[in-house]
Design a protein around this ligand. Structure first.
Ligand SMILES: [Zn+2]
Length: 267
């Protein structure tokens, strides 16, 4: 059987002297594992398409082993190779790709998740947002596309509209819901319940509802971003029940940049 689809190479490994095995996140077929017989051969017609973080249209053949397809040909579209020149951006791109890979099962909307990853890679490569901003937006939007968006319209206990001027707003990591200060002591949560300042609330609401090309286009101050990033990461990883292997690498660069003595406060 022959298959044609667009996809982004998110992992590569050697296969023999000249070949590669690629993990490709596709536009509408989820994750595909494919063998590229001449993937390491510069003279191969599809050599450029077999590089990490390259987006192409692939032509596959599915033989007796449907788990691993064979690449027959590929048409290059664009590369995010620039990301690999900055190890911090590269580690964040790897984190986002890994989350997409483990999310694309069942009935999730593959095309939108694929577009989100391309948009995030483009933003990482071309824009100058703080990396935690890009990461937090990606996390909240991915959760939204997967149908597990945070529910932040009202207190999950008393129904009070939040945020309100009279009450602090808290975010329950275990349930992905918000809670007012009065109700917080009444409910025993199975996870952390974190204070959610109004700026963090507005950021999360914006990312959930924004038009897809505008999701990154807002600004926060540093304190707001730190809390937004913390809540977004804890929320998504809790819902997915998965800690990406690439996360510690990204964190290691973040903590390496902190002034001495502040490392512990960020844990
Ligand atoms: Zn309440």
């Amino acid at each position: 059987m022959y298959i044609k689809c667009r996809g982004l190479v998110i992992k590569q490994s050697d296969s023999g002297e000249k070949g590669k095995i690629l993990t490709i996140l596709t536009e509408n077929r989820g994750v595909i594992y494919a063998k590229a017989a001449g993937g390491k051969n510069v003279g191969a017609g599809y050599f450029r398409c077999c590089q990490l973080f390259t987006y192409s249209e692939f032509h596959f053949y599915s033989g007796y082993n449907p788990g691993v397809l064979t690449i027959l040909d590929a048409v290059y579209n664009r590369s995010f190779f620039e990301l690999s020149k900055d190890i911090e951006r590269f580690s964040l791109a790897s984190y986002c790709a890994e989350l997409c890979k483990i999310s694309l099962v069942g009935n999730s909307d593959d095309t939108e998740v694929f577009r989100l990853l391309l948009n995030t890679f483009h933003t990482l490569e071309k824009e100058d947002y703080p990396l935690d901003h890009v990461k937090a937006v990606f996390e909240v939007r991915l959760g939204t596309l997967l149908g597990i968006a945070p529910y932040i319209n009202e207190c999950d206990c008393c129904g009070k509209d939040l945020p309100s001027d009279e009450a602090f707003t808290y975010f329950d990591i275990d349930t992905s819901c918000v809670r007012c200060g009065s109700c917080k002591p009444k409910i025993k949560s199975r996870g952390p319940v974190l204070l959610m300042p109004a700026g963090v609330y507005r950021s999360m609401l914006f990312v959930i509802n924004a038009e897809k090309h505008n999701i990154f286009k807002f600004k926060t101050d540093e304190d707001t971003l730190n809390i937004f990033a913390d809540i977004s990461e804890k929320y998504l990883l809790r819902r997915l029940e998965y800690v990406p292997k690439s996360l510690p690498l990204y964190k290691s660069f973040k903590y390496a940049c902190l002034p001495k003595g502040q490392e512990d406060e960020q844990v």
